[in-house]
Design a protein. Structure first.
Length: 195
């Protein structure tokens, strides 16, 4: 039996792809900042990069400005892939495909919350705290928690997407192929029609 290949709208792939790259860059550079100036929960011997906070700040700011576009798109056009009214009830059908789909939609939704948490706690950070050993600020504890939340959620998001659609679904998100009826010229129209 031949299964139809999953296809993701080009606007979703663009926004999701840029957002994912920024999140991964923030996770790595954020860890590097922690490893350089903190290390209370363990550390690995990473080479010292003196302007690492500046680099992370630039990635963080780009993420802060870009992520709202992806969040708005997901709430506007991608709402069917987020948690639904009956999702929680369907979770109880343990082991059935519908329960995995509901769990996947739930993790997609949690990803949006993780974005908001990381972006807001990052905005509350001050670049001078860590170099002067000020590790006690609440905003820093929140921002570290946001890092761990994002990492765990990303792992769950990938696991759930793989469980629901396997490798073809994961590949459909990173493919560069664009159908003629999904050309970037049509993005505005797609947003208007909410498709
Ligand atoms: C161990 C993990 C992390 C540490 C130690 C850390 C540390 C910092 C520091 C010191 C700043 C202040 C930089 C500045 O003002 O120039 C900052 C800002 C920021 N970080 Fe993180 N971060 C971490 C993880 C993350 C993650 C995972 C994200 C997003 C996915 C993120 C997003 C941001 C944002 C949005 C800003 C604000 C940038 C700005 O407005 O200038 N951070 N972070
Ligand atoms: C890094 C590799 C990533 C891969 C391979 C990946 C994969 C996927 C796939 C395959 C889907 C489509 C699910 C479907 O059609 O049922 C999806 C949707 C989604 N992903 Fe990711 N993802 C990644 C990173 C991220 C990150 C970092 C975030 C946010 C922080 C994120 C948030 C979302 C959201 C919110 C949706 C639902 C989009 C919509 O509403 O249409 N993903 N992802």
């Amino acid at each position: 039996m031949s299964r139809t290949k999953p296809y993701q709208p080009s606007l979703l792939r663009f926004l999701h792809g840029v957002n994912a790259l920024l999140v991964i860059a923030a996770l790595i550079s954020g860890y590097w900042v922690y490893d350089t100036f903190d290390g209370r929960f363990g550390k690995v011997p990473l080479p010292r990069i003196n302007p690492i906070i500046d680099y992370h700040g630039t990635i963080g700011l780009t993420f802060f400005l870009f992520a709202p576009l992806f969040v708005i798109y997901s709430l506007w056009c991608g709402r069917k892939k987020l948690v639904q009214k009956d999702s929680i009830a369907q979770l109880s059908n343990i082991g059935k495909p519908i329960s995995w789909i509901s769990l996947q939609r739930l993790t997609n939704t949690v990803m949006l919350l993780a974005i908001v948490f990381a972006a807001i706690s990052g905005k509350l950070m001050d670049e001078t705290w860590l170099p002067t050993g000020e590790l006690h600020h609440l905003a820093y504890s929140l921002h570290l928690t946001a890092w761990a939340t994002m990492l765990v959620c990303l792992a769950l998001h990938l696991l759930m997407s793989a469980k629901v659609g396997g490798v073809p679904l994961l590949l459909s998100m990173s493919s560069f192929k664009v159908r003629s009826d999904d050309h970037p010229k049509l993005w505005i129209q797609q947003l208007r029609n909410r498709v």
